[in-house]
Design a protein around this ligand. Structure first.
Ligand SMILES: [Zn+2]
Length: 123
């Protein structure tokens, strides 16, 4: 049995945003994030890089939306020239759960340290 586990996996989440379901679906669509993950009423998408040598997982950007019940897909409404798309949703894995945990922590910190919410440039 060869388990390639050398030490623990380090997860770093650098940026987190809270979005509406619609915005999140749109974000995932634009960044080509597939599938989306769901856990405990939260739907989220993230962009990550994995560095195997350092066993480090870096999440540059993640966003969370409230989705009370699990649904295996989420629909992105198209606009003028863009057709509607259906994105798959899966239940979070152990690693994804950790990323979600950090994302929510980050959002909590932001809320308590900032009175004025910064507007995201793409919205
Ligand atoms: Zn996103």
């Amino acid at each position: 049995m060869s388990l390639e586990k050398k030490g623990r996996l380090t997860i770093n989440v650098y940026s987190a945003k809270e979005r509406s379901l619609e915005e999140l679906a749109w974000c995932a669509f634009c960044q080509d994030v597939k599938p989306l993950f769901w856990k405990d009423g939260k739907l989220f998408c993230y962009e990550m890089k994995f560095y195997p040598k350092a066993s480090r997982l870096v999440v540059l950007d993640s966003c969370v939306a409230t989705m009370p019940t699990y649904n295996k897909s989420v629909r992105v409404e198209g606009s003028a020239n863009i057709p509607s798309v259906v994105l798959p949703v899966v239940k979070a894995s152990a690693i994804t759960e950790k990323i979600l945990e950090q994302t929510l922590n980050l959002l909590g910190e932001e809320k308590s340290s900032k009175i004025n919410k910064k507007r995201s440039p793409e919205s």
